[in-house]
Ligand binder design. Structure first.
Ligand SMILES: [Fe+2]
Ligand SMILES: [Fe+2]
Length: 420
């Protein structure tokens, strides 16, 4: 009796330790290895192994083994009949000698006999087979008692729970990964659609071909210079691509007029920011402020812009970025009634209008980005690609930019962008 009590205390100690292992170990492999050692050690079992069941491959893959030798197969196939029987059986140990009719025992009879595997314990958790524990003979040569089997059953259940938890985690990770991929696909589709839209807007205006696409790119340059993260940069670029979407509803002959348009036509054209806002508002953009950028990209800091004659702080920041990109493109591309302005003139214009039309810190950021490219401080060729090398590297541009950057006060009031 005293011996039995001692045994009981000993096995319960092992069980408690095992439970602890399963719940605490982050390292799955190590948890399985330790659990096996505890199991073998507590009952004095010579050898054994823990295998995880793969329902995709219908196989048992050994995760930990002790004393089974190198030639023991690390992967064991299961037939439908084996799986069915294991499931019915549950976590009760099966004596190998009693189960020879099952295909599994016939297929692996040689390996099981050679290593004196006596017991096989299916790990069934919530009616699912998650693995199997193989156990060799006891060190004292005795056969397994029903008491031993009860202990084994209880201890292997813990191992089964550990494997089931791991399976659940893997499944969750797989689904999270799948979601991530779906989201990326969706995001790509959104970006492609935005670009296609920008090209469609630009198609309508034959004199300013590529304008929306360029404004998107200049806006992105400014956002990068401001240190925005990838998401915010993308949002700003999208706002640039779509800023003139309202022009889709303006009559083609007004947009394509080879001469300066009259006041009535001009009023018609000036509706495009408000119309753009209406078009973009119902769309569920992944980034905020895209419709606001369309609505307010013709506002000026000094309140002389349109449609609402907003002042500095009232203009959404993203609209200020797009405004600068938009005006810069308008000055640096040919229009039907005027040629593009030379680079030095454009820089002087930006400098002059910093604080009047444009947010000064944005002009500073923009000029800084341009200078970095001219002086090869950066290897990027964003401006070069958009403006042409000769235009950007015209004589005297670098010193002009340096002077502008020294002179400009980049500390105007700053309305923060709200990306929430
Ligand atoms: Fe516009
Ligand atoms: Fe524009």
């Amino acid at each position: 009796m005293a011996e039995n009590q001692q045994k009981l205390v000993h096995t319960f100690g092992a069980l408690a330790e095992l439970g602890n292992e399963v719940s605490q170990k982050n390292n799955f492999q190590e948890m399985i290895r330790t659990s096996l050692h505890l199991l073998l050690g507590s009952l004095g079992i010579m050898r054994g192994g823990v295998a995880r069941y793969s329902r995709f491959g219908h196989e048992l893959n050994l995760l930990a083994l002790r004393g089974l030798g190198e030639e023991f197969p690390l992967s064991l196939s299961l037939c439908y009949e084996d799986e069915r029987q294991f499931l019915i059986n549950g976590t009760v140990p099966i004596e190998v000698s009693q189960a020879k009719v099952l295909p599994f025992f016939q297929n692996y009879d040689h390996s099981l006999t050679a290593k004196k595997v006596e017991l096989l314990v299916p790990l069934v958790i919530r009616d699912e087979l998650v693995g199997v524990v193989l156990l060799g003979e006891k060190a004292n040569g005795e056969s397994y008692s029903s008491y031993d089997k009860d202990i084994i059953s209880a201890m292997t259940r813990h191992v089964g729970v550990g494997i089931a938890q791991r399976n659940l985690m893997a499944e969750l990770e797989r689904r999270a990964e799948e979601n991530r991929r779906l989201y990326d696909d969706l995001r790509m589709t959104y970006k492609d659609t935005v670009k296609a839209f920008a090209r469609a807007i630009d198609c309508k205006d034959k004199y300013t071909e590529g304008h929306s696409v360029r404004v998107g790119k200049y806006s992105e340059i400014i956002a990068a210079e401001l240190g925005y993260d990838e998401n915010q940069m993308e949002g700003v670029a999208v706002a640039g691509y779509l800023h003139d979407v309202g022009k889709l509803t303006v009559e083609r002959n007004i947009i394509n007029s080879p001469v300066r348009i009259n006041a009535k036509e001009s009023a018609e054209l000036n509706k495009h920011p408000a119309i753009g806002y209406e078009i973009l508002l119902p769309i569920n953009h992944p980034y905020t402020d895209v419709p606001l950028a369309a609505k307010y990209h013709h506002e000026r800091l000094d309140g002389r812009g349109y449609p609402d004659e907003l002042y500095d702080r009232d203009i959404p920041y993203i609209a200020k970025i797009v405004c600068l990109a938009d005006s810069f493109d308008a000055m640096t591309t040919d229009r039907p009634y005027k040629r593009r302005r030379p680079a030095h003139e454009v820089i002087e214009d930006l400098q002059y209008n910093a604080g009047k039309q444009f947010a000064p810190e944005l002009v500073t950021a923009f000029c800084g980005a341009m200078l970095k490219e001219i002086t090869l401080e950066t290897k990027q060729k964003r401006f070069r690609r958009l403006l042409g090398r000769e235009y950007l590297e015209a004589e005297g541009i670098a010193p002009l930019l340096k002077n502008a950057l020294n002179d400009m006060n980049g500390t105007s009031s700053l309305t923060l962008v709200n990306f929430d």
